[in-house]
Design a protein around this ligand. Structure first.
Ligand SMILES: CC(C)(COP(=O)(O)OP(=O)(O)OC[C@H]1O[C@@H](n2cnc3c(N)ncnc32)[C@H](O)[C@@H]1OP(=O)(O)O)[C@@H](O)C(=O)NCCC(=O)NCCS
Length: 177
């Protein structure tokens, strides 16, 4: 995969020196409250995440990007595509996900990176439909989803953590950016 440049960001695969900055993002309870079981993740768990994303890149030809700020080279977070294990309604479909360090919120970076990830999905990988499954209280994600033109399709339950989830979808063949 070639790196993707947006006006302000570099989306690329993961490098060894991303582990510490990503684990600092994962250590922030406010960043993690709507992700998985809602707990911060340790350095070891962060290493497992990066390993899983890199495996997905190798096996599927898509994955979660490391998002770097052009200019400073800081790691702002992780945005990209993955195949969820659950809930069953979206297992084996292709989902979009995002998390940025708190200092990078409110600047449009998540939307900029997610837009580039959707264009990559359609143009580079021929993926025509992408889903997302945020929790109902995650209004920042709902805002990004709406800006991307993703529409709410219904509600599902996360069988692993017992949370309600909202199911969003987009037909990328009609994506206008
Ligand atoms: C979800 C998350 C990535 C959203 O980040 P965000 O910074 O709120 O989203 P955006 O990058 O779209 O930025 C939004 C705001 O930046 C502001 N902004 C500032 N400069 C901007 C610019 N140049 N371009 C666009 N927006 C800009 C806008 O006001 C915009 O808000 P608005 O759309 O309400 O007007 C972030 O809150 C996060 O990491 N949360 C924790 C992880 C998480 O919950 N992940 C989801 C689990 S499924």
């Amino acid at each position: 995969m070639n790196d993707i440049r947006t006006p302000r960001l570099l989306l690329r695969r993961w490098q060894d020196d991303d582990l510490v900055p990503l684990s600092e993002i994962h250590a922030d309870p406010t960043v993690m409250q709507w992700i998985g079981d809602g707990r911060p993740r340790s350095l070891e768990e962060t290493a497992e995440d990066i390993e899983a994303w890199e495996e997905e890149w190798d096996e599927e030809g898509f994955g979660v990007f490391a998002v770097e700020l052009l200019g400073s080279g800081e790691l702002a977070g992780a945005v990209g595509l993955y195949v969820p294990d659950s809930p069953p309604e979206i297992a084996d479909r292709i989902a979009i996900t995002w998390r940025l360090g708190r200092v990078y919120w409110g600047q449009g970076y998540a939307s900029e990176a997610a837009h580039a990830a959707l264009e990559f999905a359609l143009q580079d990988r021929g993926i025509d439909r992408v889903v997302a499954a945020p929790r109902p209280g995650d209004s920042a994600s709902a805002n990004v989803l709406e800006k991307l033109g993703m529409t709410m399709e219904g509600a599902v339950q996360d069988p692993v953590h017992g949370h309600d989830l909202r199911l969003y979808t987009i037909d990328l063949t009609e994506y206008e950016g």
